[in-house]
Design a binder for this molecule. Structure first.
Ligand SMILES: Nc1ncnc2c1ncn2[C@@H]1O[C@H](COP(=O)(O)OP(=O)(O)O)[C@@H](O)[C@H]1O
Ligand SMILES: [Mg+2]
Length: 344
């Protein structure tokens, strides 16, 4: 296997991944409105995001559709380049690394997508899909050893009978089985981290929990770190350690998962949790009114709180940029409501 040829910045570090002030704006050039007004519309997909993930930790990244979760994952994968900010992985700055190091980086961190079908090549047998990453990253390994590694991985993701499954094509498997193949594909290179982007949202409810418990087993067994991306707080409760709530490209609340689910501080987190009523199972199927207001006609000053237009608690102060306020050692919130209750 190849190796990084960049020095570690810090040897004694608990954190596997550190994201510092990451930014990615998209400029939309050719919408009708833009042509008409000769103005360019900017989407602040990831807007000054900072967080850390420990070794063996599951960080849940939650937020409604369009909040920037996938863009953030693609930045971490180096599928796209940030406008600014830094990504430190395993003590090394990988923000600006060369091709050889990117190849090595991609053997250590993997992304799993929402649709397990579209991420598998329909013309390849499962065994050949699994061999692909080994052929790229483990060129020196003999063919027999590679096949053995693939079969072991299928066993590990509980795809039995594994020798039969190996010979099948993706269309012959169920959605849940295909997502297990997705995990096997990630695992075959023994990664340090997996970014799972809504991995269960297309699966039936009972299968969802099986896949989540598989993730939890893999974390415990191999000390793999996970970024578990979801718009569904209910599933996050099963496996998460910490949670980051994202809204319009920014993290608005961050900290211990069970604490935040029980006692959400940011009005956005409160609205999300209220909407699912997750502590009352009878309410789960009902659509509840999210507690928000609509002040979309109000022109907020640039740089003010991102939730200002929808917040039922908005004050004049909220037109200024909020900073993170530490409420306890494991809960931080970006909201002026808590300004006078911060701890050091
Ligand atoms: N390649 C792109 N070009 C322009 N806009 C994009 C691009 N990718 C994402 N966006 C925009 O960035 C915002 C965040 O998108 P995304 O990261 O997919 O959110 P999420 O995964 O939370 O649903 C959305 O407004 C989306 O339309
Ligand atoms: Mg997404």
């Amino acid at each position: 296997m190849s190796h990084f040829d960049i020095q570690k910045e810090d040897e004694s570090d608990d954190y596997l991944l550190k994201i510092k002030n990451l930014k990615k704006y998209f400029i939309l050039n050719n919408t009708f409105l833009n042509l008409f007004q000769k103005k360019r519309k900017i989407v602040r997909a990831v807007d000054d995001v900072t967080f850390n993930v420990k070794r063996g930790e599951v960080l849940v990244l939650a937020g409604e559709s369009g909040s920037g979760k996938t863009t953030l994952a693609r930045l971490i994968m180096k599928a796209i380049e940030p406008d600014s900010g830094r990504i430190i992985f395993d003590g090394r700055d990988i923000t600006k690394i060369n091709k050889k190091n990117i190849l090595h980086y991609r053997s250590q961190i993997h992304m799993i997508h929402q649709d397990p079908y579209s991420s598998l090549n329909p013309r390849l047998k499962i065994i050949d899909s699994l061999l692909e990453p080994l052929n790229i990253h483990e060129k020196k390994l003999s063919k027999d050893k590679k096949i053995e590694a693939c079969l072991n991985t299928l066993k590990e993701v509980e795809l039995e009978p594994f020798e039969e499954i190996a010979e099948k094509y993706p269309h012959m498997l169920s959605g849940g089985q295909r997502q297990r193949v997705g995990f096997a594909r990630a695992l075959v290179l023994k990664p340090k981290m997996i970014l799972a982007d809504e991995p269960v949202s297309m699966l039936d409810t009972h299968i969802r929990f099986q896949i989540l418990s598989l993730m939890d087993d893999l974390r415990k067994k191999h000390n793999i770190s996970f970024l578990y991306i979801t718009h569904d707080l209910l599933t996050s409760n099963v496996i998460g350690n910490n949670i980051a709530l994202m809204y319009k490209g920014q993290i608005v609340e961050y900290g211990n998962l069970s604490k935040i689910l029980k006692n959400p501080l940011h009005p956005y987190t409160q609205a999300l949790i209220d909407a699912i009523s997750q502590f009352n199972p009878d309410n789960l199927k009902k659509t509840k009114e999210i507690k928000i207001v609509d002040r979309s006609t109000v022109d907020t000053a640039e740089g003010g709180c991102i939730f200002y237009n929808k917040c039922i608690f908005a004050m004049d102060n909220c037109k200024n940029p909020p900073t993170f306020i530490k409420r306890s050692h494991d809960q931080q919130v970006k909201c002026f409501l808590y300004e006078n209750n911060a701890i050091n």
